[in-house]
Design a protein around this ligand. Structure first.
Ligand code: ADP
Ligand code: ZN
Ligand code: ZN
Length: 652
């Protein structure tokens, strides 16, 4: 008699033992439908055994109803990787397996577009590119970083490195950020590698994704491109993992398990003898420090290759400006249009909002509990918080400096669109933000149309910041650079910096006189001025010194506990209990920050509390957390929910 060990996509860490299904098809790596509680659930078979575990009464063992897969979907290595994810990120094995092969959205929701100027025949590599490529592919496996300015031809080096490993009979995983880049790069890869390539992206249906997954597992596909979860692709004889735009926030999962693709990639490369090649114009602080320490080999690309140079970036003070656009920015928009070129206006703020600010001192009216700016609702004359619902009557004068100029300013894309249309009735402007392009490939259509030169000004949020390549763009305007700078998160400066540098990189890719105007309320801020100087080393010198003093990553490791509950008292009690459990268990080189109310204290009626554990090494921190969680689970309050985030990237 065969018994099957099965895990489910539930938080419970147990492995459940079932009897074999009636047809006897169950085996390791397949999924089966099994009775679970009062219903049936799909589970993952992770073990087979001849006898049930000793402590289990054989007469009470249920059987798996039926097996879902003809062929195992997970290999032994995949199960081992899932074990590792489960241990590292404190999730169940079932949750880890489920994250490896996510179900996917309905088809057609993904904006697909192609990049026509991807060269059909590969260009000859520049000396810099060749040097970087040689370094990345010779010698034993290791960690490499292509640190190259925007437009310096990183993609071509990635493609050549992939080619090299494929020629050597190895397989390749090519990770790209979520949203815009996936299809651009996927097309480039399909052009280059044809039928041996496949994309695994979140726009695919679960069935389509599974089909590709199986083709990868059988070795029919040897190069896989996709976002975060593609790092789990069951590629045999893995030779190379590429992480394009390594700094991108989408590599960190926002749900359990909250894994970081870079961390998983490092693990896979170490256990499977593969090399890791990352790249960005704005590396993460973690990567920058590793490069400085020699843990990652840095490969430099310093020149643009399509006839462009880095643009001139001019910071402009937004203080004492009525409306959203300074005189300088307006003048440049006019000049750019006269030269027959296009403008991108970038706003680091989703949707549209009126927010209260003081033009004299930069003060912004924030929610008391949430550290988010309050949105003005004109009809009610109330300032309201979008997270927790807090509301108040807006002050008449600036609470910080007493200025009477303080008041509501519109900084949403809608407001800017209006202002542009009034100022330049002859120019065509279109918006790309979550509200305007939400669904059904509208982003694709919009970007394609902009690329074709159908309109003059593209106005957008994060969507237009990522590695898009528009040949006709001569001007980038950052409408307000400092949104986000005040957030209570030690990575706020890093994010602001890299966003400005990345957006600036969209200008002047194909000609030498591209321009960037950065509007700011903090002209003197070193983060803003270094971003405008595109001075990455300068920024990290300052930033890393600061992090070292404060003891934040990359000079320490963090594990964050967040509890939430409808009841404030329960939330409070739960976090206090975690803090009490942590106290005696923390190693000497670790400490606890908090417990505290989360910066966004209430979301959708849930009261949020956090405890941040900080340690010199992940190893000892892990041990402590395991002990804390074991104890915590024994007397858990069923009305509070605990979230564990290892290496959190957002502390809001
Ligand atoms: P990055 O990813 O570094 O921002 P891209 O890979 O998008 O830069 O390259 C920028 C442009 O340079 C692209 O249009 C690309 O086709 C072109 N390019 C890359 N390598 C070469 C080369 N060796 N010779 C000429 N053009 C190149
Ligand atoms: Zn003020
Ligand atoms: Zn609030």
């Amino acid at each position: 008699m065969t018994y099957l060990d099965v895990v489910f996509d539930v938080p419970a860490p147990q492995i459940f033992t079932y009897a074999q299904d009636p047809k006897g098809e169950g085996s390791i790596g397949k999924r089966g439908l099994a009775p679970f509680g009062s219903r049936e659930r799909i589970g993952y078979i992770v073990g087979e055994r001849d006898a049930p575990p000793g402590d289990l009464d054989p007469s009470r063992i249920k059987a798996v109803r039926r097996i879902v897969d003809k062929e195992a979907i997970f290999r032994k290595q995949d199960l081992e990787l899932a074990e590792w994810v489960s241990g590292y990120y404190f999730c169940s094995l079932g949750q880890a397996l489920s994250a490896m092969l996510p179900a996917g959205r309905r088809p057609g929701e993904y904006p697909a577009f192609s990049d026509e100027d991807m060269a059909e025949t590969p260009p000859e590599l520049s000396n810099e590119q060749q040097k970087a490529l040689d370094a990345a592919i010779t010698g034993g496996p290791g960690l490499f970083y292509l640190y190259g300015i925007t437009g310096s031809g990183k993609t071509e080096v990635f493609l050549r490195a992939a080619q090299h490993l494929l020629d050597a009979g190895r397989s390749v995983i090519y990770l790209v950020p979520e949203i815009s880049l996936t299809h651009q790069t996927a097309d480039a890869i399909k052009n280059r590698f044809g039928g041996t390539a496949a994309a695994l992206h979140s726009g695919m249906s679960g069935a389509a994704r599974l089909t590709e997954w199986m083709r990868i597992k059988r070795g029919e596909i040897r190069i896989v491109v996709g976002p975060r979860s593609a790092v789990f692709a069951p590629a045999d004889n893995l030779g190379l993992i590429i992480i394009d735009e390594e700094h991108d926030g989408s590599y960190k999962s926002g749900n359990t398990p909250r894994y970081h693709a870079r961390q998983v990639a490092m693990r896979r490369c170490a256990t499977e003898g593969a090399r890791l090649l990352m790249g960005s114009a704005t590396p993460s602080a973690e990567a920058w420090k590793l490069m400085a320490d020699g843990g990652i080999v840095r490969l430099d690309l310093t020149r643009r290759l399509s006839g462009g140079t880095l643009p001139a970036v001019t910071p402009v003070s937004l203080s004492h400006t009525e409306g959203c656009l300074t005189r300088q920015l307006k003048e440049e928009i006019r000049k750019t249009a006269q030269m027959g070129r296009q403008t991108i206006l970038f706003l680091n703020r989703r949707g549209f909002s009126y927010f209260y600010r003081c033009p004299d001192c930069g003060y912004e009216l924030m929610c008391r509990q949430c550290s988010v700016s309050l949105t003005y609702h004109k009809s009610l004359n109330r300032a309201m918080c979008h997270y927790c619902g807090y509301q108040t009557e807006p002050p008449r004068v600036c609470p910080q400096c007493g200025s009477v100029s303080a008041g509501y300013a519109g900084f949403g894309t809608e407001m800017i669109e209006e202002e542009i249309s009034k100022t330049f009735p002859d120019l065509k402007i279109r918006r790309a933000d979550a509200d305007s392009v939400g669904k059904k490939g509208r982003l694709q259509e919009l970007l394609g149309s902009f690329r074709a030169g159908d309109f003059d000004i593209l106005l957008g949020t994060q969507m237009v910041a990522k590695g898009l390549n528009f040949p006709g763009v001569g001007l980038v305007g950052v409408v307000l650079a400092d949104t986000g700078m005040h957030l209570p998160d030690f990575r706020a400066a890093e994010r602001t910096f890299s966003l400005i540098v990345q957006v600036a990189g969209r200008s002047g890719r194909y000609f030498p006189d591209g321009k960037v105007i950065v509007q700011t309320l903090r002209l003197q801020d070193p983060v803003i001025s270094r971003a405008c100087a595109l001075d990455v080393p300068g920024f990290f010198n300052g930033e890393l010194a600061q992090r070292k003093i404060l003891g934040f990553p990359p000079y320490s490791r963090l594990i964050r506990f967040t509890v939430r509950s409808r009841s404030e008292a329960r939330s409070e009690a739960a976090i206090q209990r975690l803090a009490d459990l942590a106290g005696p268990r923390l190693p000497r080189d670790a400490d606890a920050l908090g417990p505290a109310v989360c910066p966004i204290g209430v979301i959708a009626g849930n009261h949020r509390r956090q405890l941040l554990l900080r340690g010199a090494s992940m190893g000892t921190l892990h041990g402590a957390v395991r002990g804390i969680l074991q104890e915590y689970e024994q007397k858990k309050d069923s009305q509070t929910y605990l979230e564990v985030d290892v290496d959190p990237v957002s502390l809001l």
